[in-house]
Design a protein around this ligand. Sequence first.
Ligand SMILES: Cc1cc2nc3c(=O)[nH]c(=O)nc-3n(C[C@H](O)[C@H](O)[C@H](O)COP(=O)(O)OP(=O)(O)OC[C@H]3O[C@@H](n4cnc5c(N)ncnc54)[C@H](O)[C@@H]3O)c2cc1C
Length: 393
Amino acid sequence: MNAQRTQVAIIGAGPAGLLLGQLLHREGIDSVVLEATSRAHVESRVRAGVLEHQSVDILQAAGVGARMRREGLLHHGIELRFQGSRHRIDFGALTGKSVMIYGQHEVVKDLIAARVQAALPLLFEIRDVQLSGLESSAPRVQFRAEGQTHALECDFVAGCDGFHGICRSYLPASGVKLFERVYPFAWLGILAAAPPASQELVYALHEHGFALLSMRSPTLSRLYLQCAPDEDLDGWPDERVWEELQVRLATRDGFSLTTGPIQQKSVTAMRSFVVEPMQWGRLFLAGDAAHIVPPTGAKGMNLALADVHVLARALVSHFRYGSDDLLRRYSEQCLHRIWKVQRFSWWMTALLHRFDTDNDFDRRRQTAELEYLASSPAAQQSLAENYVGPPLE
Ligand SMILES: Cc1cc2nc3c(=O)[nH]c(=O)nc-3n(C[C@H](O)[C@H](O)[C@H](O)COP(=O)(O)OP(=O)(O)OC[C@H]3O[C@@H](n4cnc5c(N)ncnc54)[C@H](O)[C@@H]3O)c2cc1C
């Protein structure tokens, strides 16, 4: 068996794991990042694309913001669309802040490039990760790579391995509480080589359900339709996807979608999930490993980045000053923000989707809420300040 030692073993090379490695590196703390899939896979996984203003600042301060600043699209508002009319929520006027459109896979590419350039350990396609000694001061991570078993001795383990990872299962069942809501719909998402038909994101509620027009670049559109959780993609040839998007996004002033070749098509389930606490002994969970939000509020990647920002500070405090106070309070500090974001993501989802149990009362209530948002600066302010992101405490 090959044995190695590091200060922090990071499981998962998504935005959470990679940013944590980068933040620790800048503070002179060693880490090893272990990833189950290949570099090509993580660099091409198209998922989130909206960065809160604080996420932009965190990436910039971590030294990985140069390409984002050059290529990202700064957005100062979003549009709400219902009953054929458009209503802009002006983030600039309401909060003085903006969001950045920059794909999650681009963030991941930038973080991997920085790690490779600094010659820091990042192992892809590793298998069979097992953790032990989490309640001691010397945890151990065992895994397989290239047919051999490896052991990594460390001071801490960061579980950044996403919702389907293994780290969460090491929290003792008797010591944790799970909170979950599964929604009765999903999103059918496409990535299309078509210039976006709007300069800003458009969130629409139509009699047929939700639709979202978003983008990843001036030439790539990302669009979504509310669909059934078990929707069969075979029933959605490209022409039908474009037709339905046009129907749901139509306006009385003649909005027309720009179309183009569809490069990817997928169905994403919608779930709200939180595990409390997010730590056990020397294991700390961050990102999707600890919580999931429905993507309506564009918060998943932002929460992951915020968690590791807090975790990195706590680890620096341990290694530099010998203080474990921030580590002890890690979970509590993150959960405070996570539940605010959970509430907002649930609210945006409830506002903009047709539920199975929809009845006329709910439809009228949704319309009344959208009309209130369209007409009330106070209601718009609440949406805007949550969308651009609550402050990092
Ligand atoms: C299909 C999909 C679409 C999404 N779309 C949107 C969107 O449109 N908007 C939005 O805001 N959010 C979206 N999200 C959510 C957002 O992408 C996540 O919140 C974000 O990826 C969280 O980052 P993370 O680093 O915590 O986890 P992840 O990005 O999931 O990274 C976890 C990493 O751990 C690795 N891993 C897993 N198990 C192991 C193991 N045993 N050993 C080693 N490595 C392991 C995984 O391969 C992965 O690379 C989407 C998520 C999914 C799954």
